[in-house]
Design a protein around this ligand. Structure first.
Ligand code: HEC
Ligand code: HEC
Ligand code: HEC
Ligand code: HEC
Ligand code: HEC
Length: 216
């Protein structure tokens, strides 16, 4: 019987199988990278805002505490955004005629609040609570990074489930003394694990990884 396939067909078949596997593999890899990358998660990309509000100027240069504007962060699930009135306590006098602060005066005159674009926004099926984190010694910068270096606000973490659970599994890696929660320049000490384990005991911190913690 005549040979249906030449001996070289074997090699061709093998090579093409490998090639197809590589193609499929790399397609998944690219999809994964895009899914986890800044294009989807918008990490490190500052969205446009109605006013060029700078945390760098207000926190670093002017020394304002987070609680001056995010008043409910210690007591409720929301950190909250400041009303126009908070801006006006200063901007009725400083930069009071500048173009950059005009939208503040427009909002004040019309009574319509400033429509900030959300930077961090979890899906509705996820429950989050600021006060518990703050009261258990998790600092703002552990989740939001060096906001005092941000001329415009952006995210430094993906806020995906693994990120949350990674800390819930081992809070001793991230916990700090309560007095340091608002310290945006806080540096973890060399003996973090030792200190962390001590604080976890002292503040009765649990490792909450049950689904219902965040999906209720
Ligand atoms: C003078 C008022 C003021 C102070 C002080 C201030 N913020 Fe803000 N913050 C704002 C305003 C206004 C916004 C909304 C505009 C924006 O996103 O930049 C905001 C937005 C944010 C956001 C993003 C909110 C979102 O949409 O997801 C975070 C996170 C944040 N602030 C953290 C902090 C931290 C941490 C501190 C202290 C180190 C701080 N802020 C101090 C006024 C302030
Ligand atoms: C405690 C006083 C104070 C409060 C409250 C305050 N600002 Fe300012 N703001 C300043 C000072 C001081 C400057 C000048 C900062 C500089 O140039 O270093 C400034 C500058 C600005 C500028 C000019 C651009 C820049 O960053 O230099 C904008 C815009 C602005 N603030 C928006 C806001 C908004 C919006 C709020 C309310 C969420 C607000 N500010 C609340 C003190 C304040
Ligand atoms: C454990 C991580 C974590 C810590 C610690 C944390 N935040 Fe947040 N923050 C988040 C998440 C997640 C969101 C988005 C919440 C949502 O979409 O419901 C958020 C949203 C915000 C917002 C937008 C308004 C709001 O309440 O949703 C502000 C402002 C803010 N954080 C400020 C702060 C400040 C100030 C601190 C420190 C006192 C702080 N955060 C500590 C994770 C954290
Ligand atoms: C850097 C550490 C850290 C990160 C990141 C973190 N958490 Fe937590 N979370 C904690 C600690 C510590 C507690 C307190 C545990 C306890 O009650 O002892 C906590 C508690 C909670 C609780 C319990 C609140 C309650 O009322 O029982 C919820 C819900 C929660 N976290 C949701 C989230 C979600 C959602 C994310 C991600 C978007 C997140 N956390 C990210 C450290 C973290
Ligand atoms: C510490 C908080 C936390 C815990 C605990 C947690 N999740 Fe999530 N989960 C999240 C967050 C945050 C998201 C949103 C992720 C995103 O937007 O990428 C999420 C998303 C999801 C989704 C949507 C699919 C996806 O990946 O976006 C499913 C399904 C889910 N979680 C199931 C579970 C199950 C099952 C458990 C228990 C084994 C669990 N989660 C425990 C925080 C949590």
């Amino acid at each position: 019987m005549a040979q249906l396939f030449r001996p070289s067909s074997n090699t061709i078949a093998k090579v093409s199988i490998v090639a197809i596997l590589l193609l499929v593999g790399s397609t998944f890899a690219v999809a994964y990278i895009i899914d986890r990358g800044p294009w989807i998660t918008s990490v490190r990309i500052a969205p446009a805002q109605p006013i060029l509000f700078s945390h760098k100027h207000h926190v670093k240069d002017d020394g304002l505490d987070c609680r001056y504007c995010h008043t409910s962060v210690e007591t409720s699930s929301y950190a909250g955004l400041p009303p126009t009135e908070t801006c006006m306590t200063c901007h009725s006098q400083i930069w009071a005629n500048a173009l950059l602060t005009q939208p503040i005066r427009d909002s004040w005159a019309s009574g319509k609040s400033i429509e900030w674009t959300r930077v961090h926004d979890l899906p509705d099926f996820v429950y989050f609570n600021h006060s518990i984190h703050v009261n258990k010694g998790i600092g703002c910068s552990a989740c939001h990074g060096q906001v005092d270096e941000m001329p415009l606000m952006y995210k430094v973490n993906t806020l995906n489930m693994n990120w949350c659970i990674n800390c819930h599994r081992q809070p001793e890696q991230y916990i700090r003394p309560r007095s340091e929660v608002f310290n945006i320049d806080y540096v973890y000490p060399a003996n973090q694990l030792e200190l962390g384990r001590k604080l976890v005991k002292e503040y009765h911190v649990q490792s909450l990884t049950d689904c219902v913690t965040c999906h209720r």
